[in-house]
Design a protein around this ligand. Structure first.
Ligand code: NAD
Ligand code: UD1
Length: 333
């Protein structure tokens, strides 16, 4: 099967590209390099010893996209392309709606034109907003995203739902990721945020390396076991394997619209992460307790049962694996 990855040179896309190639899929990647580098191509090829096609195009460029569909005869699409920085989305909402929502519409229209109707979408636990209960099942209410980035994910989910209702020959899997961290065990590919990281793990690795002075732990008065925020961290290689399961489902069972959480089902606090990182890697991570970050919530972790039962997906990698591989990537890059 030939699978097109938009944004396939990014953090999650590159790891998924590796898993698809390793599993024998043909892969076509498009990426406009707005948050990734060309060097990623050689790294993916080095890990997999396999080749794939790459197009440096914007997925909002309909003509360029049509040329790819014309030439490549892809059978399924995984849409990773998009912007993902929450703070930036608050400052530049139009840029986020344009790239994420208009891009997705352009992609879906092109797919429709070429009768390619198998689609996997990168959504986020952010669509649950502040959940009423944890662990969060797919049945939980959505629709309360607290920032424009989160709203782009919600809007695209609604678009996909409407699309499927209008034409049930589409096969769609929406994957709601929890908090992806870690890196490929080779240390060749990993997360490369621009500027000062917003997310916890890239910040921790930079503090451990001495690039940043200390971590600010945002709040220690949350209603959690140690007062710091609890999240469901999932190894990016496990997450990538979740996409293979989604593609397998679309290949086997035609006609369907499915939504799955991709998480581990376990919640770890900020201090759990810091302590595991220090212990496993034998390196210090200086930190201070700082005020809460606006918009943050106490606890967010998944109920992963539906993905297990329907996709056969279980995240196998442990917290130790995640902190070790994150550090390995930082050391090698
Ligand atoms: P990333 O920024 O590393 O990867 C996105 C890739 O898309 C980049 O290579 C970028 O250059 C490319 N891109 C962006 N706009 C494009 C455009 N208009 N045309 C072509 N390429 C474009 O992000 P990631 O962490 O790999 O996330 C992938 C997807 O998963 C995103 O949609 C993101 O919103 C979603 N997601 C990520 C997380 C996370 O924590 N990383 C959590 C939930 C959901
Ligand atoms: C963030 C985004 C979310 C996105 C997700 C994955 C926000 C409000 N939410 O989620 O939309 O889907 O990333 O990309 O940005 N922390 C610190 N110090 C730091 C950084 C983080 O203490 O320097 C804490 C946070 O308060 C939180 C935890 O670490 O408790 C995880 O934070 P982060 O990695 O930013 O992810 P989320 O906030 O869960």
């Amino acid at each position: 099967m030939k699978v097109l990855l938009t944004g396939g040179l990014g953090f999650i896309g590159s790891h998924t590209c590796v898993e698809l190639l390793n599993d024998g899929y043909d892969v076509v990647v498009i990426d406009n390099l707005s948050n990734s580098k060309m060097t990623m191509i050689d790294k993916i090829k080095e890990i997999t010893k396999k080749d794939f096609s790459f197009y440096n195009i914007d997925y909002r460029d309909r003509n360029a996209l049509e040329e790819v569909f014309e030439k490549e005869k892809v059978e399924a699409v995984i849409n990773f392309a998009g912007f993902k920085a929450v703070g930036e989305s608050v400052k530049e909402p139009l840029m986020y709606y344009d790239n994420n929502v208009c891009g997705a519409i352009c992609l879906l229209e092109t797919m429709k034109k070429y009768n390619v109707k198998k689609f996997v979408f990168s959504s986020s636990a952010t669509v649950y907003g502040n959940p009423d209960v944890v662990p969060i099942t797919e049945e939980a209410k959505i629709g309360r995203a607290t920032n424009p980035y989160g709203t782009t994910k919600l809007v695209i989910e609604y678009i996909l739902d409407d699309l499927y209702k209008s034409d049930n020959t589409w096969d769609i899997v929406v994957l709601r990721y929890f908090n992806p961290i870690g890196a490929h065990e080779s240390g060749l590919i990993g997360e490369e945020p621009n500027g000062i990281p917003n997310n916890l793990m890239p910040y921790v690795t930079r503090v451990a390396k001495g690039v940043l002075e200390k971590l600010s732990v945002f709040g220690n008065d949350y209603n959690t076991h140690d007062g710091t925020g609890v999240r469901d961290y999932i190894h990016v290689v496990d997450l990538a394997k979740g996409h293979i399961k989604a593609i397998e489902k679309l290949d086997k069972e035609n006609k369907g619209f499915f939504v799955y959480n991709l998480g581990t089902g376990k919640g770890y606090s900020v201090l759990d992460i810091v302590n595991a990182f220090k212990e496993e890697n034998n390196v210090d991570v200086p930190y201070v307790i700082a005020p809460r970050r606006p918009g943050d919530i106490d606890s967010c972790y998944s109920d992963p049962t539906k993905a297990k039962n329907e996709l056969g997906f279980v995240a196998r990698r442990t917290l130790k694996d995640m902190v070790r591989d994150s550090w390995n990537y930082q050391l090698k890059n």
